[in-house]
Ligand binder design. Structure first.
Ligand code: FES
Length: 112
């Protein structure tokens, strides 16, 4: 569901309670690719769920020190920027700003 949060377009992704440091959340949408929601060191991050190197779900990866490791070939992606930090991935995944409102987590997808 597309909503306006602080003057920007955002998608409702999940409840805050749906995400933990141990269990990322894969937010699915009817009209776009899934987005992975991570919690690390108390902060939330959102990245395109599909690895830029292949068809792996980053939600199934290993989160450590501000990165997620792809479960297929172990490329590391920066949780804040989506940058590919190690081979074999060379392209970033899209990173999204996250907004929390009333226990709900939204992913910012653009200006209004
Ligand atoms: S599919 Fe992610 S590194 Fe290959």
């Amino acid at each position: 569901m597309l909503v306006e949060i602080k003057g920007r377009r955002a998608l409702f992704a999940c409840l805050v309670a749906d995400v933990s440091e141990e269990e990322p959340f894969r937010a699915s949408f009817p009209d776009r690719a899934p987005i992975a929601i991570f919690k690390a060191d108390g902060a939330f991050f959102a990245l395109d769920d599909t690895c830029s190197h292949g068809q792996a779900s980053l939600c199934e990866g290993f989160v450590e020190k501000g990165t997620v490791e792809c479960p297929y070939h172990a490329a590391l992606f920066d949780l804040r920027t989506g940058a590919a930090l190690t081979m074999p991935a060379t392209e970033p995944v899209t990173a999204y700003a996250v907004e929390i409102d009333d226990g709900k987590l939204y992913v910012v997808v653009g200006p209004t």
